[in-house]
Ligand binder design. Sequence first.
Ligand code: ADP
Ligand code: MG
Length: 242
Amino acid sequence: MSTPLLHISELTKRFGGYTAVSNISLDIQRGERIGLIGPNGSGKTTLMNCVSGTLPPTAGAIAFESRDITHRPPHKRARLGLSRTFQIPRPFHSMTVLDNLMIPLEYVAHRGVFNDQHAVAEAMALLDEMGLADRAHERPATLSQVDLRKLELARALAAHPKLLICDESMAGLSAVEVDEMLNILMRINGQNIAIIMIEHIMQAVMQFSQRLFCLDAGELVCEGSPQEVVANPHVQRAYLGT
Ligand SMILES: Nc1ncnc2c1ncn2[C@@H]1O[C@H](COP(=O)(O)OP(=O)(O)O)[C@@H](O)[C@H]1O
Ligand SMILES: [Mg+2]
């Protein structure tokens, strides 16, 4: 086996006396398409917050390309190739759509080289890929829900990730828009970028994922092929709420 891209080992996150993530270990390989499922409140976002560095774990360790990143701040993880989108898009509202991409491009990908013509060209190429090129000089407030989610994705991609974590990028979208997002994510994955998709839309996550992980009440209750996981009795119980 090659070394995994991401290695999570015995990770626990407590909020006071409440255990949101309980002793989770899992590996993700380079270029993999992963689905992370589980009922609301099962710890998916918290686990990914620990991976991206926005929350410190209570116990356990995280390694990215064999480097221990458990205690590194989010921006350093981003520079190593770990990028994420937020469940609620977080653009800079006072900036244009284009400038929203310049921040990660200049800071993470071009490492502090500002006003770089290459960075502008790259930002425009990313917007073009998302179908947002004609919105480059508008403010995020003028974008529809699906376009905001595409901007969120473009911002994450601007940091040149090896692993992209998408937290409910399809929530609230129409069936047509979900398909559009799936196509974009498949194209991104085609560039050998591993993707962890947190998603409630089962049809989308089943279609997308090579492997699924299911959390329930902070515990990893099942992992395997999408077919194996949805057939698992514990997973079915978690979803039926019995
Ligand atoms: N910052 C926080 N402080 C206290 N409790 C939190 C915090 N973040 C999440 N939780 C709790 O942890 C549990 C898991 O939440 P979350 O990871 O957001 O679940 P999911 O993304 O699977 O819906 C929930 O019960 C939630 O209320
Ligand atoms: Mg969540």
